[in-house]
Write a protein that binds this ligand. Structure first.
Ligand SMILES: Cc1cc2nc3c(=O)[nH]c(=O)nc-3n(C[C@H](O)[C@H](O)[C@H](O)COP(=O)(O)OP(=O)(O)OC[C@H]3O[C@@H](n4cnc5c(N)ncnc54)[C@H](O)[C@@H]3O)c2cc1C
Length: 423
């Protein structure tokens, strides 16, 4: 192998795996270097009560063509599943629970005076939200964060009572930390075109494919990792796990132990990246009870900041959400997400599950706690630095629907090698 043909991909999370696959298909010699003993990064599995479950990401946002195309190429398209069409619930700051408004995006209501919006935030706040209809479309159209956009168009009560629980539960940040264009591309353009935020939300929902806004794979989203790894092996990528890159420049990388691997570098790990880190803990419990068969809180519950007697920020009733999972076990599987500073135990998860589901539950038959560190977006988003390309969630924003298209885009801009292989 000539060094000039080689590309060294640093990091074996989904961004690195996808970039390595695209590069080898474009005819480059690819070496993928991963610090840990396993590939996949935040796409991972674990076993709870003998059932293989996603330990990290569990669904992807249905937008764009790249992810479905990749799943087809990986021969996983027949296993794409949509969640059960039941509303998630909102556990409000006063401790009561209501279904999340049906017509909403990130918690932003599409119909501010709908009954379910009034039930969730009260008539006064809903009337304030309706003012959005009277404001010129230009108002807040340049807002960078979801928090600013919603507060200026619909008022603080919508931001705090509806949007904050969704954003906190799904993205582990506050609305003021979440960039509109990263999480809802096209929403601000739709605001300008439609004249109100509510109409923009409705139009974005209509533009989305019919059905749920997210999808996953039967057997768990982590199956993508095995499929990608199998392709890398098939196409001849040299995969080196247990090898930490300690320095990198435009001519290659050095791994711990001192070995130098020369080649063009694609960083798919947040090496020397000045970006915020978010730590989050996920607890999954399995309970043996028929009490939950009626899915009392639909597919799950998002918790308003400040809600009393509950520490979790979100609960997913996994067996109510995914039919394939319910069909595979008589147990109920419940996943709770926590902020970093919480000492999470299966006991705490059990208590929170009872509060959030509004039922008394028997002690779990099994439980697992996984701690994660995620990297936020870099402030200076430029993907070529010192001759190295960067992909991964620090560049593209979090979530597979952002990470995968971005990694594919960067990989396709890298000159191809002599022999291209068929997809
Ligand atoms: C609990 C949880 C739930 C989530 N849920 C969802 C969801 O439902 N839907 C969704 O779309 N997204 C979800 N996400 C986010 C999504 O998983 C991530 O945005 C995505 O997986 C990031 O991929 P990545 O390749 O950029 O980074 P990572 O997966 O973090 O991969 C980076 C890799 O680089 C390796 N690495 C780091 N430093 C080095 C080094 N010096 N040398 C070599 N290797 C190194 C790491 O070990 C890791 O394997 C979730 C994340 C978590 C933690």
């Amino acid at each position: 192998m000539r060094d000039s043909d080689r590309v060294v991909v640093v990091g074996g999370g989904v961004a690195g795996l996808v970039a390595a696959r695209a590069l080898v298909l474009a005819g480059r010699d690819v070496v993928l270097v991963e610090r840990s003993a396993r590939l996949g990064g935040q796409l991972a599995s674990h076993s709870v009560a003998g059932i293989e479950l996603d330990a990290g990401a569990e669904a992807y946002a249905v937008r764009g063509e790249e992810l479905p195309r990749l799943l087809r190429a990986l021969k996983l398209a027949d296993d794409i599943v949509r969640p059960v069409a039941a509303p998630a619930w909102l556990h409000r700051a006063d401790g009561s629970a209501v279904p999340l408004p049906a017509t909403s995006l990130l918690g932003i209501p599409g119909v501010p005076l709908a009954r379910d919006v009034i039930d969730a935030i009260g008539l006064r706040a809903a009337l304030r939200a309706q003012l959005d209809n009277l404001l010129p479309g230009l108002v807040a159209s340049k807002a960078e964060t979801v928090g600013e956009l919603v507060r200026r168009r619909m008022g603080a009560a919508v931001r705090d009572g509806l949007v904050a629980p969704v954003v906190r539960g799904v993205h582990s940040v506050t609305p003021d930390e979440l960039e509109v264009d990263r999480v809802a591309p096209g929403l601000r353009t739709a605001l300008l075109r439609q004249g109100s935020l509510a109409a923009a939300v409705r139009s974005r929902r209509e533009a989305a494919p019919a059905g749920a806004l997210v999808a996953s794979l039967r057997g768990g989203l982590h199956r993508m990792v095995a499929a990608l790894a199998a392709d890398l092996e098939r196409f001849g990528v040299e995969v080196r796990t247990g090898a930490e890159v300690i320095s990198a420049d435009e001519r290659g990388v050095t791994i711990s132990g001192g070995e130098r691997i020369p080649g063009e570098v694609v960083l798919a790990a947040p090496l020397e990246v000045d970006a915020p880190r978010t730590r989050t803990t996920v607890a999954t419990i399995a309970v043996d009870t028929p009490e939950l068969a009626d899915a009392p809180r639909g597919t799950g519950v998002l918790v308003a900041p400040g809600a009393p007697e509950v520490t979790a920020r979100a609960l997913t009733h996994l067996t109510a959400k995914w039919e394939w999972l319910a069909a595979s076990t008589p147990l109920h599987l419940i996943r709770l997400s926590y902020d970093a500073d919480v000492d999470v135990t299966p006991d705490l998860a059990h208590r929170d599950a009872q509060t959030l589901l509004g039922r008394s539950l028997p002690a779990p038959v099994d439980g697992a706690v996984v701690r994660w560190e995620r990297v936020g977006r870099r402030a200076d988003a430029e993907h070529a630095i010192d001759g190295m390309r960067r992909v991964g969630e620090a560049e593209s924003g979090t979530g597979l629907a952002s990470v995968i298209p971005y990694a594919l885009g960067v990989a396709s801009a890298i000159p191809s090698g002599g022999e291209e292989q068929p997809d």
